[in-house]
Design a protein around this ligand. Sequence first.
Ligand SMILES: NC(=O)c1ccc[n+]([C@@H]2O[C@H](COP(=O)([O-])OP(=O)(O)OC[C@H]3O[C@@H](n4cnc5c(N)ncnc54)[C@H](O)[C@@H]3O)[C@@H](O)[C@H]2O)c1
Length: 352
Amino acid sequence: MRILVTGGAGFIGSAVVRLALERGYGVINLDALTYAACLENVASVADNPSYHFERADIRDRTSLDHIFNKYHPDMVMHLAAESHVDRSIDGPADFIETNVTGTFNMLEAARSYWESADRPDRFRFLHVSTDEVYGSLPTNPQVKFTEDMAYDPRSPYSASKASSDHLVRAWHETYGLPVILTNCSNNYGPYQFPEKLIPVVILNALAGKPLPIYGDGSNIRDWLFVEDHADAILLAIEKGRLGRSYNIGGENECTNLELVQTVCAILDRLHPRKNASYTDLITFVSDRPGHDVRYAIDPSRIRNELGWQPSVTVEEGIERTIRWYLENESWWRPLLDRRGVGVRLGVGEGSE
Ligand SMILES: NC(=O)c1ccc[n+]([C@@H]2O[C@H](COP(=O)([O-])OP(=O)(O)OC[C@H]3O[C@@H](n4cnc5c(N)ncnc54)[C@H](O)[C@@H]3O)[C@@H](O)[C@H]2O)c1
């Protein structure tokens, strides 16, 4: 079985590529190599004869048709996207072009290929999305995101992902394309680009720089280790029901402040500072406009229907992640020079 993975040089996509190859799939990695990509993420599989890389942009329909016809994939896992909320506030156009128009192109290229191949039964188009499409939850712990909740996206990023989810569903209802959707909570783990909260905190701490916390740090997120997400979406493409959405989350809710304190406590143990705790570096900065209060996933459907459960607790996963960053400076150091890294984004006029 061959899977066409889009966005396979990014954080989650590369975890999917590595896991799918380990499980015996052939993989075609289609990625435009934007600022967020890193071919080093898949360097460990680059010589695997079952792995192929194609540099292509999902905004370019012609190149998508070419890749479908060249490799004849059995399944598609669509992860390529602009993924950083702060960048979506400063420059929403890229998010509409890649996440909405790019997904439309992927659906049309997949449909054209699937119809020309006489609609093979085993074909699947799995669309990887986010819990942010559901909007912001109240702090009442009884209320969680379920798959039948109405969409209520509130940032350009989440609105673009919500739009892409609607397109994917429409292609199933209208054309019968065999799709499955997944909506996952915040991921963390090795190879995460140093603009997202956990790598920013780890790398700033190691450099003795302030650890920025938006607002008062009370916003709640539900964290999942990236390898558990990759495992969940492989399970969803293998066993998921057509046209169905699956919410994926680790049931690990914590405030941003608690999360940063956890990172600091583990760093204090693994890589102590002289006569000080990393928590002394915590600094509160102005909030993100429209910052959603709380995300929390109810993963009952994927757990009960498909038997998925996460393999690591958040403490174990964060410790593994910190150890990985401590041991892989050659991976992250060059990324600090990329456009926008280390700069406060998403506060309106650019930087602060
Ligand atoms: N990171 C999270 O916490 C999280 C949570 C839930 C869902 N998701 C979703 O998972 C997917 C992957 O997220 P990530 O965090 O790995 O993102 P990422 O930014 O690390 O990687 C995105 C990848 O997509 C590629 N890409 C971007 N635009 C492209 C284009 N026009 N054509 C081809 N390739 C393009 C980039 O080069 C990069 O390799 C996204 O769809 C995102 O919405 C992410």
